[in-house]
Design a protein around this ligand. Sequence first.
Ligand code: BTN
Length: 266
Amino acid sequence: MWDAESQRSLQKLPWVCHVEFHPTLGSTNDRARQLLDEGTELPALVVAGQQTAGRGRLSRSWWSPPGALLASLVVGADIGPELPRAMAVVAPWTGVGLADGLARIEPALPLWLKWPNDLMVGDAKLGGVLVECVPDAGGRPQWIVGVGLNVNNVCVGKRVPKEPSDNRAAISLRDFSGRSYPLADVLGTLLSALAAAYSQFRADPERFPERWRIYCGLQGRRVRIDSGHGQTGVGVCVGVDADGALRLQTDSGSVELWRHGTVRPA
Ligand code: BTN
């Protein structure tokens, strides 16, 4: 999947100053954190052929077989607003950037976003984003944006390890189209789209809700949200605000803002 030629082409990727490839790694996010400790020039990128300890949101594990795209982008504070605003917005901004890139790679793909950062096709998960913040010595955020995307790994019809509380199936680009994709090209397209999305949203954060709406699969639907800290809410999803928070219209008509949690159709 990552032959010598495709590994070489990683050195020509747009935007990033430092790229490293590991055939097998515990977690690209963990290696990305070491790059920050080592003072590596940013943006930097860590790519793995497979992971033995891939991590997902909410302390879940992430299935990371060969053929999947497994990468962590390390960027500085300049991609987004200052803390604490940035905390909730970087993950959904990333989701929109990846969706833009995927629309170029596979225009027929009926991709939708499930807040805050799931990439979905139908009821199946195509990919996810794990964003971690490591403040620098001056307290400014540095971001580790881990992306796991099912590309050439076959998921449909397989017993894919499921997230414990989310019994949805997985799907890959290859399951969808029957084709296989050069992973370095996929990564190049996604990086260009991400750089463009970050710069657009940083220049004009108010445009983010309108851009999210294009991909939001739960817009206008009744949903349930679980904060993961004992709070739950039910209402109609009415998009996101410019800070990335989910807007939920409750039965009383008021709109609640949720900054963290897991959402599913009610
Ligand atoms: C999710 O729970 O939906 C987020 C999954 C993120 C997985 C990616 S794979 C590359 C990077 N390294 C990790 O350990 N996790 C992220």
